[in-house]
Every structure is written in structure tokens, then in C-alpha cells.
Design a protein around this ligand. Structure first.
Ligand SMILES: NC(=O)c1ccc[n+]([C@@H]2O[C@H](COP(=O)([O-])OP(=O)(O)OC[C@H]3O[C@@H](n4cnc5c(N)ncnc54)[C@H](OP(=O)(O)O)[C@@H]3O)[C@@H](O)[C@H]2O)c1
Length: 361
């Protein structure tokens, strides 16, 4: 804490031009860019406080975390910093996720989506966060070993208890999300309002095609992760693996880092990022990172893009995406699609299928 700061002064939220959207069909307003707590793991170190402070002071009042991030330490740290910064709880939108548990090698009931783990896991998240409630509790993954009715009822219990205001899913298939809605409708329960999915220029099929009917039917919204493909879309890997970057430091990414510059698939990706870097600079006077983030944010089904940042400067750099959103004209979007060459085909390219040959049209 700098010596000029007064420790007990309430930190007041100012939107600073941040646009807000409803989270799916709910009334909850979320900022178009939110902050992720996953970065507080291997590199769990330096500046979580400064990252959160910078984000909050620049209009980001939503933070996403999970029980599993840094084995619970991400939640502990976020809770501690929010207390220290003296931010009004109602000014914040806090989301966390249960499924993986917070310790390796725990008992079989320390993970998954049983009623037991959903309830005990949520209570433990709140304890670590030092909060009475989270705004949204996510099922971090589907659990097909547990009946869907048990899962939906357990999340509804968590909501009734006031421990979370809404529940949502992460990386569930469209079929699983649909099943949760059917169960909720059948028993008069609350269904999931959002899906936390991977969505970026290299990963489009599920968010843009598989979920398409759910956006229309349930007003599903997405809270997007990996919008920069782990940093790849910033262009920082165009000429090698820079020291200190995620691909250089994270043990489980070292193999992928090597593949980026050595395999045909990796080289193809890098070439596409190079072309996007050029387009960003020449036609939009911006960075490839801001372009990639704006591209996700402009998607009408995106409720919020969760920014991953390992420094306060990355937060500031990434917020430049706000200026790029209005510049994404149909012509620019078309150029991006041509560089990527992976635009998902619509589910029914010519509208719904025609009636079969026995029916009269
Ligand atoms: N639900 C899920 O299953 C799930 C899964 C993963 C993440 N998430 C959530 O989504 C959040 C973001 O995900 P993500 O980390 O995969 O996002 P990402 O945006 O694809 O990658 C973020 C990483 O890119 C690098 N970076 C970011 N901005 C940069 C900039 N301006 N210049 C250069 N490098 C930059 C940083 O890594 P380095 O500085 O280390 O290179 C940063 O950690 C997480 O914190 C978490 O809350 C959810």
C-alpha cells in the first residue's frame, strides 16, 4: 500500500465508460470486461492487489475465481484484497466455481457436483472469500455421475440459502445445459443463466454453433475465458517464446510452446496471428490483443469477457479493446474471418430443414 493512501477510506466504484450487459436472461448487470482470478496461480506472486485495484479503478467491478485456483489461494487472496481496498460488497460482482475441489488427493466427496460437494464447496468458497454470498456460483464442469435433478436442486438450495444469487455452468455441452433447463422447468426450479466457455479466434465451434439454439431459446449469456488463447493472440509469441510469459513459465504449457513454432498446426496459427497483427496495426491502429478482445466482446451472446492479466499494465492495455469494438465493421469482420478460415457453418444454412418427401410443402 502506498503511503499516501488512507487505509480505511471506502473505495468508490466509478464505471469510467465501461459498458454493462445483462448476464444472460437475468437482471444482473455485468461489465463487458471482467477480471479473472486464475492468473493468481503458478505465478501467484507479485501484484494481485495492484491488478485488482487497477481493474476496479478503471471500471471493472466483476471478478471471477474458483475453488480450484491455486488450491483455494485465489479466493483467499481476492477476499483479502477486497477487504484491504475497502470496496463496498454491493459494488462488486463476484463469481466462483465448484467442481474440482480445492485440494489434491482429497476424499471422493471433495469434488464433483453431488449435493454434498455443491453445498459444502460453496460454503468453503465463501469462507475463503470472507463473504456472505457470491453473485454467481458456477458448476466448473458437468458431472455425469450425478443425476441432473440432484445438481439443479442443490444449486437452488444454495440460492435459497442466500449463498449465491444465480447459478451457471462452465464447459457443459448444449445437451447438458438443455437437460438442466428441462429439469428446472419440470420442478419449478431456477435454471442456469450463463455458460463460462472458452471462446477465441481459434476456438469457435461450441460457443458460436453448438450453443446457438440456447441463446435463442433461453437467452443464455457467456462469460468468456481464454479470449486471448492464453496470450497467443497478443502476438507476443510471433517470433519465439518470450521469457516470463505463460508459455515459458507454466510447466504444463511448455510442450505446447514448443509445438507452436515446430509443428505445421502451430506454424499455421502463428501465421494467422501475424496477419491479424498487421490488420490491427494497419487498419485499426491498435494491438492484436485489443482486436482479439474486442472481437469477442462484440458478439451479442457474450455477456462479459474475463480478462486474464499478470500485471496491472496488461489490464490497462487490454481495456483499449473498448475503443476497438465500434471499429469492427462488417468489412473488418469479414477480413478477420478470411484470415482465420474457421467460421462455423450455421446449424441450418438454408433455414430449418425442408419437410420430408411425404409431406406437402
Ligand atoms: N471456466 C473455466 O474452465 C476457465 C478456464 C480458464 C480460465 N478461466 C477464467 O478466465 C480467466 C482468463 O482466462 P485466460 O487466462 O485463459 O485468458 P487469456 O486472456 O486467454 O490469457 C491471459 C494471459 O495472456 C497474457 N496476457 C494478457 N494480456 C496481455 C497483454 N496485454 N500483453 C501480453 N500478454 C498478455 C497473460 O499471461 P502471461 O503474462 O503469463 O504471458 C495472461 O495471463 C481466468 O483468470 C479465469 O478466471 C476459466
Amino acid at each position: 500500500m502506498s503511503t499516501t493512501e488512507q487505509p480505511n477510506k471506502k473505495r468508490v466504484y466509478k464505471p469510467k465508460g465501461m459498458p454493462f450487459r445483462r448476464l444472460g436472461p437475468s437482471g444482473l448487470r455485468v461489465p463487458v470486461f471482467s477480471l479473472g482470478g486464475c492468473e493468481f496461480f503458478e505465478t501467484f506472486s507479485v501484484c494481485q492487489r495492484e491488478i485488482i485495484k487497477t481493474a476496479f479503478d478503471n471500471g471493472i467491478n466483476m471478478i471471477d475465481t474458483a475453488e480450484v485456483y491455486a488450491n483455494g489461494k485465489s479466493e483467499l487472496e481476492i477476499g483479502r484484497v477486497i477487504k484491504e481496498l475497502n470496496i463496498e460488497r454491493s459494488d462488486l460482482v463476484i463469481t466462483t466455481k465448484v467442481f474440482y475441489g480445492y485440494k489434491h488427493g482429497g476424499s471422493p466427496n471433495d469434488q464433483g457436483l453431488s449435493r454434498k460437494h455443491i453445498i459444502e464447496g460453496t460454503k468453503a468458497c465463501l469462507e475463503r472469500l470472507q463473504m456472505d454470498y457470491v453473485d454467481v456460483i458456477f458448476a466448473h464442469r458437468p458431472d455425469n455421475t450425478v443425476p441432473m435433478e440432484e445438481i439443479v436442486r442443490a444449486f437452488n438450495y444454495v440460492i435459497e440459502k442466500g449463498w449465491a444469487y444465480y447459478w451457471a455452468t462452465s464447459e457443459w455441452s448444449a445437451r447438458e445445459i438443455e437437460e438442466a433447463h428441462h429439469v428446472a422447468a419440470r420442478f419449478g426450479l431456477i435454471g442456469p443463466i450463463a455458460e463460462q466457455c472458452e471462446h477465441n479466434m481459434f476456438h469457435r465451434e461450441r460457443p458460436e454453433k453448438e450453443y446457438d439454439p440456447l441463446y435463442k431459446k433461453y437467452g443464455l449469456g457467456t462469460t468468456v475465458w481464454s479470449a486471448l488463447a492464453g496470450g497467443l493472440l497478443t502476438g507476443k509469441y510471433n517470433d519465439g517464446i518470450p521469457e516470463g510469459s505463460r508459455y515459458a513459465t507454466h510447466s504444463f504449457l511448455k510442450k505446447s510452446a514448443k509445438a507452436l513454432h515446430e509443428t505445421p498446426e502451430g506454424k499455421e496459427k502463428i501465421n494467422k496471428v501475424r496477419a491479424l497483427t498487421k490488420l490491427a496495426k494497419d487498419e485499426l491502429d491498435t494491438t492484436p490483443a485489443a482486436l482479439a478482445l474486442a472481437w469477442i466482446a462484440r458478439n451479442p451472446n457474450t455477456s462479459t469477457v474475463i480478462l486474464g492479466a499478470t500485471s496491472p499494465q496488461q489490464v490497462l492495455d487490454n481495456l483499449k479493446a473498448l475503443e476497438v469494438i465500434p471499429k469492427l465493421t462488417p468489412e473488418i469482420l469479414d477480413k478477420i474471418d478470411r484470415i482465420l478460415g474457421n467460421k462455423p457453418k450455421p446449424v441450418y444454412p438454408e433455414g430449418r430443414p425442408k419437410l420430408d418427401r411425404f409431406a406437402k410443402l
